[in-house]
Design a protein around this ligand. Structure first.
Ligand SMILES: NC(=O)c1ccc[n+]([C@@H]2O[C@H](COP(=O)([O-])OP(=O)(O)OC[C@H]3O[C@@H](n4cnc5c(N)ncnc54)[C@H](OP(=O)(O)O)[C@@H]3O)[C@@H](O)[C@H]2O)c1
Length: 235
């Protein structure tokens, strides 16, 4: 059966990805930032073939250590799902991503998780993906990272997702000789802790759609940025 590694799998979209892939018989490597959340993932062993590991994607030594531990394995899909939104101006009236109030330490933390960590994961796990059958690397992005569609505010989150899109696009070129396809996907506005209760989509619906896109991605479209419906999003 195919295999997938998912970051940030303890809740939200990551947990939904892990559940759906496990239910479909995939071998799932589910990772979460904090060891204390491992039980949430270990419970998925009842659903299917799920192995759980603690992995803080902001800690690049931890990424290398896990890649070393899994050195002999093959991964059909590397799924960069873990993400940080940062302060919310609307819901929490926290202006630290708003013009005139930007907290640059927060920007650095958000950027490390959303933009740098996906590339570090791809560098560290490239051999496992290259030896697999499907050879795909996917990052969960957001349409708010689209420069063409930008409005104001949300500087840390937006710029981090813009950069994540560039990472996937540039890596498409670098990884083509290894037969690896990359894709950046926006899951839509989904009901999770990040998306909030007012979000229009429920996680099972969004993730079922995103999984079809991952299944069907064509190497000719490597580096594309699409939303959960499959529509191309302008960078
Ligand atoms: N929900 C939406 O509407 C929406 C829309 C567009 C894009 N997205 C993207 O979809 C992805 C999943 O979001 P979500 O809605 O499921 O958000 P969420 O409910 O806030 O979950 C975020 C996940 O990322 C993990 N994470 C954060 N920092 C991490 C780190 N340093 N190392 C490892 N894991 C870390 C969290 O772990 P902890 O539990 O330890 O904090 C959690 O598992 C994100 O990349 C997000 O930007 C979501």
């Amino acid at each position: 059966m195919p295999s997938i590694l998912i970051t940030g799998a303890n809740r939200g979209l990551g947990l939904e990805f892990a559940t759906q892939y496990a239910r479909d018989g995939w071998q799932v490597v589910a990772t979460c930032r904090r060891a204390e959340d491992l039980p949430a993932l270990e419970a998925l062993a009842d659903v299917g073939d799920v192995r759980s590991f603690a992995l803080d994607v902001a800690d690049f030594d931890e990424i290398d250590a896990l890649a070393g531990e899994l050195a002999d394995e093959s991964l059909d899909v590397l799924l960069n799902n873990a993400g940080l939104f940062g302060p919310k101006a609307g819901a929490d009236k926290d202006l630290r991503q708003s013009f005139g109030h930007v907290d640059y330490e927060i920007w650095r933390d958000v950027f490390r998780v959303n933009a740098m960590a996906p590339l570090k994961m791809m560098e560290s796990f490239v051999e496992q993906v290259a030896r697999s059958e499907q050879r795909k690397m996917v990052t969960i992005s957001s349409t708010v990272g689209s420069i063409a569609q930008a409005d104001g505010g949300l500087y840390a989150y937006k710029t981090s997702k813009t950069s994540a899109n560039m990472v996937m696009r540039a890596a498409a070129a670098d990884l083509a000789p290894r037969g690896i396809t990359t894709l950046a996907i926006c899951p839509g506005w989904v009901q999770t802790r990040m998306g909030g209760e007012g979000a229009v989509l429920e996680a099972p619906h969004s993730i079922a759609a995103v999984r079809k896109l991952i299944r069907d991605v064509d190497p000719a479209n490597s580096g594309a940025f699409v939303d959960y419906t499959g529509a191309t999003v302008p960078y």
